[in-house]
Design a protein around this ligand. Structure first.
Ligand code: SF4
Ligand code: SF4
Length: 295
């Protein structure tokens, strides 16, 4: 049997690294393994997808995983984002692991035919690493749920983190975080079915205009694509320091700043993607930052 895992995260959370840690751990545990990401917008906060397959026998399957046995959702806002659709194609009887502080019933994508495991990985990562990087935690949860041994997982984790250039201190913290998460998850017996028909998959809303190309059908529609749900970090203006010089307005790549009704600079949080360029450019340091979802 091949176990197919699909990771859904946001740029900066570590979805690609998580898929690599899991693939490396599975390989260390004696499986054949594949792992790879989709390179999409490649911007912080943008939806990112990565994949891992592992099997005791040779894997001849290639390409994206449309019908996973396990989905790992690293940001619960993705469950309501049609451009991510993390539950699309998840097999009946499969498992969704969702990083959230909410109860499972609120983040199951309306699916009652799957198991949902919720863990507040962001809080654990902030407490242990000091930042919301989730690759080690989510990989640990998937590895444990799918029965990869602790020894193989920790070896794969350390190898992968060394490869991406983390310091010994950062690796130790990641190992501590991963160990804590590995210890609270139990192996889960999956009851997934054979591949569903491709017709069951969510169709993409694009018009093909010629060989290999896609058209954005309407012009001037960027404001209706709300990039606010990409945000991990939220800029907050301190109006006691701000002089309304509009420098941040000039630098914002999403045109998410404008003069509010009172004439003062204001942020359109529906379209602010949290790149924090405004904070860097403000000459008066009048823009602070907040982790999204935290007060
Ligand atoms: S750059 Fe700073 S001071 Fe100028 S308008 Fe923006 S927040 Fe205010
Ligand atoms: S520059 Fe500031 S307001 Fe504009 S998208 Fe980035 S974080 Fe948001």
């Amino acid at each position: 049997m091949i176990l197919r895992v699909r990771f859904h995260g946001r740029g900066g959370q570590g979805a690609k690294t998580a898929s690599r840690i899991l693939g490396n751990a599975a390989f260390n545990d004696g499986y054949n393994a594949q792992d790879f990401p989709i390179y999409g917008a490649e911007r912080r906060g943008a939806p990112v997808t990565a994949f891992t397959r592992f099997s005791e026998s040779e894997i001849t399957e290639r390409g994206f995983i449309f019908s996973p046995d396990v989905v790992a959702v690293m940001d619960d806002s993705l469950t309501a984002d049609p451009t991510a659709s993390p539950f699309a194609g998840l097999r009946k009887g499969g498992l969704a692991i969702v990083n959230t502080a909410k109860p499972a019933a609120e983040v199951n994508g309306g699916r009652t035919d799957i198991a949902v495991l919720t863990l507040d990985l962001t809080r654990r990562a902030l407490d242990t690493l000091g930042k919301a990087v989730l690759s080690s935690g989510i990989a640990a949860a998937v590895a444990r749920a799918s029965g990869i041994t602790s020894e193989a997982f920790m070896r794969g984790l350390v190898e992968e983190l060394k490869e991406v250039g983390l310091s010994d201190d950062a690796i130790s913290k990641n190992v501590a975080l991963a160990t804590a998460i590995y210890d609270v998850v139990s192996p889960i017996k999956l009851h997934t079915e054979e591949l569903p028909a491709r017709a069951d998959l969510v169709p993409l809303a694009v018009v093909v205009s010629g060989e290999g190309t896609e058209d954005v059908v309407n012009t001037g529609n960027s404001a209706s694509r709300h990039t606010g749900n990409w945000r991990i970090t939220k800029p907050v203006i301190d109006y006691l320091k701000c002089t309304d010089c509009m420098i941040c307005y000039a630098y914002c790549p999403e045109s998410a700043m404008s003069a509010g009704p009172d004439g003062r600079i204001a942020i359109d949080y529906d379209n602010c993607k949290g790149c924090m360029i405004c904070q860097t450019e403000c000459p008066l340091r009048a823009i602070g930052s907040q982790m999204e979802g935290l007060q």
